[in-house]
Write a protein that binds this ligand. Structure first.
Ligand SMILES: Cc1cc2nc3c(=O)[nH]c(=O)nc-3n(C[C@H](O)[C@H](O)[C@H](O)COP(=O)(O)OP(=O)(O)OC[C@H]3O[C@@H](n4cnc5c(N)ncnc54)[C@H](O)[C@@H]3O)c2cc1C
Ligand SMILES: NC(=O)c1ccc[n+]([C@@H]2O[C@H](COP(=O)([O-])OP(=O)(O)OC[C@H]3O[C@@H](n4cnc5c(N)ncnc54)[C@H](O)[C@@H]3O)[C@@H](O)[C@H]2O)c1
Length: 467
C-alpha cells in the first residue's frame, strides 16, 4: 500500500491541477480510459472539428442566394475522420507519456485503471492490465466526469447503437441516421451528418427541440430544424430491431399512434450521467445527490474534509469551461488551505455549435417569469443589422433581458451566425456588473460587425434613462 499527499481520479480537467507548484507533493493520478478525458477525446474538440467541416460542406447549399454557384462534389468521410483523430489521438498519447515518464512528473505516479474507494481514505485501483493496487491519500480530487445515458428500449442493445463516444469513428457514413434525443449532442450531430449528405431524423419526446433553451430560441431552432431534417416531435421510442437487410427499424409512439422509422445507424443522445457510481463513494462517506452528482460546497469540497470534486461528476452544467474553472479553484484550495477561494457559478454561459448556433447566459424569459423577477426585453434580428444583411440571414435573433430597476442584464439568448462569439461581451458585462445602458452607450461598437446585434438589442431595452 502506497501513501500519497494527493490522489486525483480522472484526467479530464483533473489533469490540469498538478504542475511545478506541486513538486513537493507525492501525487497519484488514476485514469481508466484515454488520457485527457471527454472534451479532448470524444467531446468538445473533435465535435467542433467535425462541425467546422460540416459548415464548409453546407456552404454550396446556400451560396446561390449570393450569386455564387457552388456544388458539393464529394464528402470523403475517412479523410475527415482521420484528419481529426490524426491530430487528437497523438495529443492524448503525448499527455499520457508526459505524466507517466517525463522528469517534470518524477513525483507523480500514474495508475491506468479504475479507482474505487475501499476505505475512508483508501482507493483500490483495478488496473487495466489486471493488476490491483491499493493506495491511501491525504487528500483526493474526484474528477471522473460523466458518461452517455442509454435508456432501456427493447431490442436496442441487440440492434446496435452509437453514442457520442463512438459515432465519430464510424467506418463509413450511413445513408440514414436516426438520432434519439433533442439536446446539445443531437443538435450538433444532426448538423454534422446532414451537412455530409446523411438523411437525418431527430426523435424528440417533447413538442420542441432544445427544450432547455429560452422558449423563443427553442421554437425557432425547431422550425429551422424541421426544414432541414425529418423531425419527429412527441415521439417516444419503444422498440428497435435489426432487420434482415441490415437496417434498424425503430418503433415510436406518438399522440397520433404508432410510427416507424428505418435507418442504418442510431445515435442515442439523451443526456449524461455522472461517473460517481464508479467510485464506491459510500466507503469514503462522500455524499451524492438524487441525480448521482457529488455534493460540494463553494470551495468544491465534498462533505469529507480533504476530498474535493470538480466537473461533470459534480456539476449540473456539464461544460468544459465549468470543469476547468472548478479545477483552478481546487488547485488553489489544495495549495492554499488557509486562504481558500470559492467557485463562481453566477453566470455560466453555453453555446450549441449546430446550424444555426445558439448561445445563452443567465435566465431565460420563462425562468424570470416563474421566479417573479421583473424584466424588460430587447430583441434584435440579424436581418436588421448590416452584417446580417450581408449574410442574408432571415431567422437569427438576440434577446436580452434586463432588470428595469438596476439596469443589470439578467439573461441573453442568441440564435444565429457566430452566436458563440457574439455573446461574449454580454457575459463580461454580467460578470463585472456593467449595466445595460452604460454597455450600450459608453463604448464604441465596431461598424458593421456582428456585435452590433448586441448593441441594438441593448438599445431596444426599455430602460429608464440614466439620471
Ligand atoms: C459530444 C460532446 C461534445 C461536447 N462539447 C462541448 C463544448 O463544445 N463545450 C463545452 O464546454 N463542453 C462540451 N462538452 C462537455 C465537456 O466535454 C465536459 O463537460 C467535460 O469534458 C467534463 O470534464 P471532466 O474533467 O469533468 O470529465 P471528463 O473529461 O469526462 O474526465 C473524466 C475522466 O475520468 C475517468 N474515470 C471515470 N471514472 C473513473 C474511475 N473510477 N477511475 C479512474 N478513472 C475514471 C474517465 O475515463 C475520464 O477520462 C461536450 C461533451 C460531449 C459528450
Ligand atoms: N456545445 C456544448 O457545450 C456541448 C455539446 C455537447 C454536449 N454538451 C454537454 O453534454 C451534455 C449531454 O448532452 P446531451 O445532448 O446528451 O444531453 P441534453 O441534456 O442536452 O439533451 C438530452 C435531451 O434528450 C431528452 N431525453 C431524455 N431522455 C430521453 C429519452 N429516453 N428519449 C428521448 N429523449 C430523451 C431530454 O429531454 C433532452 O432534451 C449536455 O447537457 C451538455 O452539458 C455540451
Amino acid at each position: 500500500m502506497t501513501h500519497y499527499d494527493l490522489v486525483i481520479i480522472g484526467t479530464g480537467s483533473g489533469n490540469t491541477i498538478v504542475n511545478r507548484r506541486f513538486a513537493d507533493w507525492k501525487v497519484a493520478i488514476v485514469e481508466r480510459g484515454t488520457f485527457g478525458g471527454t472534451c479532448l477525446n470524444v467531446g468538445c474538440i473533435p465535435t467542433k472539428m467535425f462541425v467546422h467541416t460540416a459548415d464548409l460542406a453546407a456552404t454550396p447549399s446556400i451560396s446561390s442566394r449570393y450569386g455564387v454557384d457552388e456544388t458539393l462534389d464529394r464528402v470523403r468521410w475517412p479523410a475527415i475522420r482521420d484528419r481529426i483523430f490524426g491530430r487528437i489521438d497523438p495529443i492524448a498519447a503525448k499527455s499520457s507519456e508526459y505524466r507517466h515518464h517525463h522528469a517534470d512528473n518524477a513525483n507523480v505516479t500514474v495508475y491506468d485503471g479504475t479507482g474505487r474507494f475501499t476505505g475512508a481514505r483508501e482507493l483500490t485501483v483495478d488496473g487495466n492490465d489486471g493488476t490491483t493496487s491499493v493506495l491511501t491519500g491525504e487528500q483526493f480530487v474526484l474528477a471522473t466526469g460523466s458518461r452517455p445515458i442509454v435508456p432501456f428500449v427493447p431490442g436496442l442493445e441487440e440492434a446496435g447503437h452509437h453514442t457520442s463516444n463512438t459515432i465519430m469513428r464510424l467506418e463509413e457514413l450511413p445513408r440514414r441516421l436516426g438520432i434519439i434525443g433533442s439536446g446539445f449532442v443531437a443538435a450538433e450531430f444532426a448538423h454534422v451528418f446532414a451537412s455530409y449528405g446523411v438523411e437525418v431524423t431527430m426523435i424528440a419526446r417533447s413538442g420542441q427541440l432544445m427544450r432547455h433553451e429560452d422558449g423563443d430560441i427553442g421554437q425557432r431552432f425547431t422550425e429551422i430544424a424541421r426544414a432541414k431534417y425529418d423531425v419527429r416531435l412527441n415521439h417516444d421510442t419503444v422498440s428497435a430491431k435489426r432487420r434482415q437487410d441490415g437496417a434498424i427499424a425503430l418503433e415510436m409512439l406518438s399522440p397520433e399512434g404508432v410510427d416507424e422509422l428505418v435507418v442504418d445507424e442510431v445515435l442515442v443522445a439523451v443526456g449524461r450521467t455522472p461517473n460517481s457510481d464508479t467510485l464506491n463513494l459510500d466507503a469514503a462517506g462522500v455524499a451524492v445527490d438524487d441525480e448521482g452528482r457529488v455534493v460540494v460546497d463553494e470551495f468544491q469540497q465534498t462533505n469529507v474534509d480533504g476530498i474535493y470534486a470538480l466537473g461533470d461528476v459534480t456539476s449540473p452544467h456539464q461544460l468544459k469551461h465549468v470543469a476547468n474553472h472548478e479545477a483552478r479553484v481546487v488547485k488553489h484550495n489544495l495549495l492554499n488551505p488557509a486562504d481558500r477561494i470559492t467557485s463562481d457559478h453566477r453566470f455560466v454561459p453555453h453555446a450549441v455549435f449546430s446550424s444555426p448556433q445558439i448561445a445563452a447566459v443567465g435566465l431565460t424569459e420563462e425562468q424570470a417569469r416563474q421566479r417573479g423577477i421583473p424584466y424588460v426585453v430587447g430583441r434584435q434580428q440579424y436581418a436588421d443589422i448590416a452584417y446580417g444583411w450581408a449574410m442574408e440571414d432571415t431567422t437569427g435573433f438576440a434577446k436580452i433581458l434586463a432588470d428595469p430597476q438596476t439596469r443589470q442584464i439578467i439573461g441573453c439568448h442568441i440564435i444565429g451566425p457566430q452566436a458563440s462569439s457574439v455573446i461574449q461581451p454580454v457575459i463580461q458585462a454580467m460578470s463585472f456588473g456593467l449595466d445595460a445602458y452604460s454597455m450600450a452607450r459608453d463604448q464604441y461598437w465596431i461598424h458593421p460587425a456582428m456585435s452590433e446585434l448586441i448593441e441594438n438589442a441593448l438599445l431596444k431595452l426599455r430602460l429608464p434613462a440614466k439620471g
